[in-house]
Design a protein around this ligand. Sequence first.
Ligand code: SAM
Length: 349
Amino acid sequence: MDNRTYELIDELSETRRLDADGFEYLVAHQDEDAASELARRAVAAREPYYGTKVFVRGLIEFSNICKNDCLYCGLRASNSSCERYRLSAEDVLSCTDAGYELGFRTFVLQSGEDGWYNDERLCALVAAIHERHPDCAITLSVGERSRESYARLREAGADRYLLRHETADPQHYARLHPQAMSFENRMRCLHDLRELGYAVGVGMMVGSPYQTPAHLAADLSFIASFRPEMCGLGPFIPHHATPFAHMAAGTLEQTCYLLSIVRLINPAILLPATTALGTIDPLGREKGMMAGANVVMPNLSPSGVRGKYLLYDGKICMGDEAAECRRCLDLRMERIGYQVVVDRGDPAV
Ligand code: SAM
C-alpha cells in the first residue's frame, strides 16, 4: 500500500467521505495490505451498531418472468431457454409461514418484472403477509414501477425496497441495458421510493462488463450522497445464455474491498454478504462478513423452483430446503464468531 492509499483510508474512516478522485484512487490501488486495513476499520466501524450480530432475510423468488432484457441477467425476456414459473399468492404465504417458524422476521419478495403481479395482486399479497405476520418487515424487490404503484404497495404494508442502481454512470448504464430502459427512470424510482418513506436499498455488481475504477468511484459517491439504508454488492457472474456469457466474473477480493469501503461510508448501513459472493467462493459469505457485511439472505423459495431463478451460472443452495439453508448459515456464521439473530433487523439509524 502506498502513502496516498493509506491517507485516503484514514480520511474515509474519519470523514466518511472522499471526493470522486479519492474513491477512484482507492479502487485502482487495491492490494492485500489496503484490503486488510479497510476490513479492520470496517469491522470496527460496524461494532457499535451491530457487533457480531447477523440479520437474516428470508428470500422468496416468486416469479422469474421478466419483461426486461438486461444484458447481464439470465432472466432476461429474450432468454428462451429459461424455464419460467410464477408462484401463486398461496405458495408465497406458505413460504412466509414456514419462514416465520424458522425465525425469520424479514421477508424479501423478489421477482422479474412480471406484469401479472399488477398493483392489485401484489398489494393483496403484501397485505396478507402483513396481516399474518404483523411483527415482520416486508421488503420488495420487484423492479421499476410507477410512483403510484410504490405508494399503494407502501400503504399495503411494504416497509423496504431493494432496487440496485446497477451503475451510477449513465453511459455505463446504457451498455448494460437495452434502449427501452433508462438511467433516468432508475433514479426516478429510487427518489420516489425514498420520498414515500421506504427504507431503500441500492447496489451494483462488482466487475460488471466495461466497469472501470471511475465507474465504481461514481457508485461510491452516489452511495455517499443518496445515503441508502441498504446496499446490495455482489460480483457479476456470467450467464451462458446472455450477451455477456463470455465476460469475466467479478472477484471475491474486489467485492470484499468495496464492502469495506461502503461500511466506512455509512457504519450503520445494512449490507448483505450475497449469494453471488457465496457462489464465486465457497467461503464467500463468511469473507464478506469479515469485510464488513452484516446481513445474509437465505432462500425460502420452494426447492422445486430454486433451480429456475438463475440470474447467473453456478448459483449455490439450489436443492436445499429452507430449514437446511437456515441451519447451514447459522453454522457458517458461528464458525467465524458471528450470531444470526431472530430480529426484524431494522436500519440502526
Ligand atoms: N427485477 C428486479 C430488479 O430489477 O431489481 C429484481 C430482480 S434482479 C434479477 C436482482 C439483481 O440481480 C439485479 O439488480 C442485478 O444486480 C442482479 N443480477 C442480475 N444478473 C446478474 C449476474 N449475471 N451476476 C450477478 N448479479 C446479477
